[in-house]
Design a protein around this ligand. Sequence first.
Ligand SMILES: [Zn+2]
Length: 86
Amino acid sequence: MIEITSANIEKAINKARQTKPFVKVIEFRRYSVTNKTSGANYTVKFSKINNRKFAECNCKAIVVCYHIGASIGAHIVLAEQMHTAA
Ligand SMILES: [Zn+2]
């Protein structure tokens, strides 16, 4: 698990904007990210511990990768919807 910071997530989001992978919601906090060019598919998981945000991706990267950057947009929208519903 990697902690998400405003600095590392910004980089990841920028990379995701260039790569434009396809993001699918598996369930709240779990996303399937597919690279449209290579077809490679990875699963991203988000968790919150003591108000700090963490993410996990099953690709080889050991940093906040663009799969995390791509799925956090969907995650923020969903999290806000859940918050509003609750
Ligand atoms: Zn990844």
